[in-house]
Ligand binder design. Structure first.
Ligand code: SF4
Length: 313
């Protein structure tokens, strides 16, 4: 599947760079698949965690680049903007399969691939290798939804559960925080494509995540309205309250946590839109959710158990 990288149009950025030749576009990654960490994660939605935890693989690089990204150390950092290299290690398809095997053998309920939109062809090669190695766990696609329908279609036979974000439907917010004014249109189309694909399979699911941004409740209201009108019958909503201001980064992003009043306002809107099923994080203020990918276990021991980390850490 390497030719997808030759004139890369894997995502809506359409950089048209030759990643096979070692060039990089907006996502900052060549054709090599790099992984920042693999952990047993206990912080996902309860059915995805089960008893064994979610076998989570964090892909290095990102095609969206939110200014408030909690995973910025592996998604955006480069030596130039942080004084430290972006943690991550290039892996072959066989090594990707070995990580899946290690997750399975540690008790993972699933393989949860985080932010892989810019690396779909290599991830598919890795998943095929994992299947050949008898890894039979459900595969989760945990993404920003800044994806093209053509690239998503490549995942059709490899992914069981889609976990897309729907960050905003306001182009000015998407321009301000992601430098992607086309995010609303692209993400809405991507989520509808995911729903279409799972409706063709027997066991597939879509869970749409929305992180409430402090001070931007009208954006959340628009997302709830869109979800109720377009996806409520086929997908579940997961409301996330864990927005965390990052010290010394993303200065244009909200510099505070969500307030209790904002939280209760949004919970009330769920009734307004008849959204009855899904998930909602409890009201949280604190940095518990902020990972540190320079450690072998990026999260607290209550949230995750490390299974694999790049050798250079
Ligand atoms: S995957 Fe990366 S290089 Fe390719 S179009 Fe998207 S941002 Fe650009």
């Amino acid at each position: 599947m390497n030719n997808y990288y030759e004139l890369c149009r894997l995502c809506p950025r359409n950089c048209e760079v030759n990643r096979l030749a070692g060039l990089t576009g907006f996502c900052g990654e060549t054709a090599c698949l790099r992984i920042g960490a693999a952990v047993i994660h206990r912080g996902e939605e309860p059915p995805l965690v089960g008893t064994g935890g979610s076998g989570t693989i964090f892909i290095s690089g990102c095609n969206l680049g939110c200014v408030f990204c909690q995973n910025y150390q592996i998604s955006r950092c480069t030596g130039a903007d942080s004084g430290m290299p972006r943690p991550g290690k290039a892996v072959s398809a066989g090594e990707f399969a070995d990580i899946c095997i290690a997750l399975r053998d540690t008790g993972a309920e699933n393989i949860n691939i985080v932010t892989g939109s810019h690396a779909v062809p290599a991830i598919i090669d890795g998943l095929i290798a994992a299947r050949k190695a008898e890894v039979r766990l459900p595969v989760l696609w945990n993404s920003s939804a800044y994806e093209t329908c053509d690239t998503l279609y490549l995942l059709k036979d490899h992914v069981d559960i889609y976990l897309p974000d729907l960050k905003t439907l306001d182009s000015s917010i998407a321009a301000k925080f992601f430098n992607a004014p086309d995010y609303p249109a692209a993400a809405a189309a991507a989520i509808l494509k995911m729903i279409e694909m799972v409706e063709c399979s027997r066991n597939g699911k879509v869970i749409v995540r929305h992180l409430i941004l402090p001070g931007y409740l009208e954006s959340t209201r628009s997302v709830l309205r869109w979800f109720a009108d377009n996806a409520k019958q086929s997908a579940l909503l997961s409301l996330m309250t864990q927005y965390t201001p990052i010290p010394n980064r993303g200065m244009t992003a909200p510099r505070r946590f969500l307030s209790k009043e904002e939280y209760e306002t949004v919970i009330g809107w769920l009734d307004d839109f008849g959204i009855e099923e899904g998930f909602c994080q409890e009201f949280v203020t604190g940095s518990e959710w902020l990972p540190d990918f320079t450690r072998a276990n990026p999260f607290s021991s209550a949230l995750s158990v490390p299974v694999w980390s790049p050798a250079e850490l």
